[in-house]
Structures are given as C-alpha cells and as structure tokens.
Design a protein around this ligand. Structure first.
Ligand SMILES: [Zn+2]
Ligand SMILES: [Zn+2]
Length: 143
C-alpha cells in the first residue's frame, strides 16, 4: 500500500472497477474483480470444453454470460474467434435461431422435451415397481 510508483510510470488501474493495482501485477484486475472474471471465464471454458467452437451467441444462450463479456475475452486474447460455418441453424422445434450446430433445439425447447421425457419415464416406472413386488412375495413364499 505504501509503495510508491516509479516516476514517469502511469498508475495501473483495475480494468473493471478502476481501483489502483500493483504495476507489477500479472493481471489487469484487482484481486476482487480478478476472482469474478476468472469465475466467468471458467464457466465459458468448461462450456467450450463440452461444445468446442461454440459461438458467443450460443454461450450467451446456454450459460447466460452476456455476448459482450464473451467478446471482451476475445479482445484480451483469452478466447480465439474462429469462423463458424454453422451460423444459421434453427431450432428444430420452434424455429428460433441457434447460431450453432451443437444443439438441435433451443434451451427452452430442450427443457420442454426433457419434461416430456420425464413424464414418459414416470409411466415406464409403473410396471417395474410391480415386478419388484412380485419378487419379494415369491422370496417370502420360500421361507
Ligand atoms: Zn477491480
Ligand atoms: Zn426452440
């Protein structure tokens, strides 16, 4: 804190909150902002691990991280933009623009499809339950 900057060198400030930071800091953010930025970046990183080549639009749609935040990482060189040939894919259910070839449906439709599938699963579970009952009864008959 009491450390003085060498004369002639501009005081470095956090890119996010503009708080002064150590000029030798490896990062462009103060400790607090760095933590937040890293958490967001980690989210994007793990999404891209699962869906390599996802577009910024897709990341916004799927993770809720705003498009401009994703683009900031591109500007910083932490993410590299590549040309995407699948830019105009439509949701197979509602027809909204997906801008990615990773998913056939938009998140909203996927939720609904999941719910429908859970309903079907619930119905399929009924006979299984009965079969289990039958087994227990026959075992009881043996003793
Ligand atoms: Zn900050
Ligand atoms: Zn849809």
């Amino acid at each position: 804190m009491g450390k003085k900057n060498y004369s002639g060198i501009l005081v470095r400030t956090c890119k996010k909150c503009k708080k002064p930071i150590d000029e030798k800091s490896l990062y462009d953010y103060c400790a607090d902002c760095y933590k937040i930025v890293e958490e967001v970046f980690e989210k994007i990183r793990s999404y891209l691990k699962e869906y390599p080549g996802a577009t910024a639009f897709e990341i916004e749609l799927e993770t809720g991280i705003p498009y401009h935040v994703v683009n900031n990482f591109v500007k910083e060189g932490r993410l590299i933009e590549i040309e995407n040939n699948f830019i105009n894919i439509e949701c197979k259910r509602c027809g909204c623009l997906l801008l990615s070839a990773h998913h056939k449906y938009c998140p909203r439709c996927r939720d609904e499809i999941q719910r429908e599938m859970d309903n079907v699963k619930g119905q399929l579970l009924q006979p299984k339950e009965k079969a289990k009952m039958h087994l227990q009864i026959s075992r009881k008959d043996k003793t």
